[in-house]
Design a binder for this molecule. Structure first.
Ligand SMILES: [Zn+2]
Length: 280
């Protein structure tokens, strides 16, 4: 889909399984199982939704999914696929890893930054050798010193090799990266997470990552249990969902397994989701 001179394509960065309860917080299973059906281990299947953005001769990748650096035990727990979905999806779009100029991570949890690096002879190296990688500076500081509550989401191998290669381009707060492409902080999941905004041709798109992992998270109290600041998430959701409805933004969901993108509409006092195919 085009946004003026900017082209945006949906990229499938793979799937994984997470505990259903942890993804719906205080919402009881009797309610969420009507929306998503768990397996016999109480797990739900989620997607890692990425974007390929071409603008001003640059190739930009938003989010890198779970990556491929997993041992057998963790592959079983999370049900990661055996292949390399991100690289394969990029290849289908005619993009080689060395052709990516910029990688944007919303935050450094493994399901968003896992594909930042890959193993060569047992050593993690940047998967996109010529790219600059963008993240909030404060998120890097946090990732190096996470709390006991969120440290299972951070793997140094996803980001330290990028530091060692000198490939980080840190941002501090809301910032424009290229004309029409910006990042904006969306606190709640943690305090440093950022969204990606694309504006052009009178259209607007926002990649909202874990603020709205799926369309089922549109009701305000449907907040994932991983969030460090759920009441902040509540207010960030209230603000942005209002703007999405009012201004007709295309919203890209971090983990929806059925629809990566859509528009939001107020119907009978509820927010309805209308899918949009970015790759039409
Ligand atoms: Zn996530």
């Amino acid at each position: 889909m085009r946004f003026g001179d900017i082209e945006v394509r949906y990229i499938d960065a793979g799937s994984f399984w997470l505990d259903g309860g942890s993804m719906f917080g205080i919402v009881p299973r009797t309610m969420w199982e009507k929306k998503m059906i768990p397996d016999d281990r109480h797990r739900l299947k989620f997607a890692c939704n990425s974007l390929l953005v071409r603008a001003g001769g640059k190739t930009v990748l938003v989010e890198t999914g779970n990556g491929t650096k997993w041992d057998e035990k963790l592959r079983k727990i999370y049900g990661f696929p055996a292949n390399d979905p991100l690289t394969e999806s990029l290849a289908k779009e005619g993009v080689k890893p060395e052709e990516v100029d910029l990688v944007i991570n919303t935050h450094l949890h493994f399901d968003h930054a896992g594909g930042n690096t890959r193993l060569i002879d047992g050593r993690a190296v940047p998967a996109f050798p010529k790219a600059k990688y963008v993240v909030q500076k404060t998120e890097m500081e946090h990732a190096l010193k996470p709390t006991e509550r969120d440290r299972a989401s951070y793997y140094a191998q996803d980001f330290v090799p990028v530091t060692e290669a000198g490939q980080w381009q840190y941002v501090d707060g809301d910032a424009e990266l290229f004309p029409g492409i910006s990042v904006a902080k969306i606190p709640g999941h943690n305090l440093q997470i950022q969204a990606i905004q694309i504006r052009g041709g009178e259209k607007k798109l926002m990649y909202v990552s874990d603020l709205l992992p799926t369309r089922h998270h549109l009701p305000l109290p449907w907040i994932i249990a991983y969030d460090l600041y759920p009441l902040t998430t509540l207010e960030t959701k209230r603000k942005w969902i209002g703007e999405f409805v009012r201004d007709g933004w295309i919203v890209v969901l971090g983990h929806d397994p059925d629809f990566a993108a859509g528009t939001l509409h107020e119907r009978d006092g509820k927010v309805a989701f209308e899918p949009v195919d970015l790759n039409r």
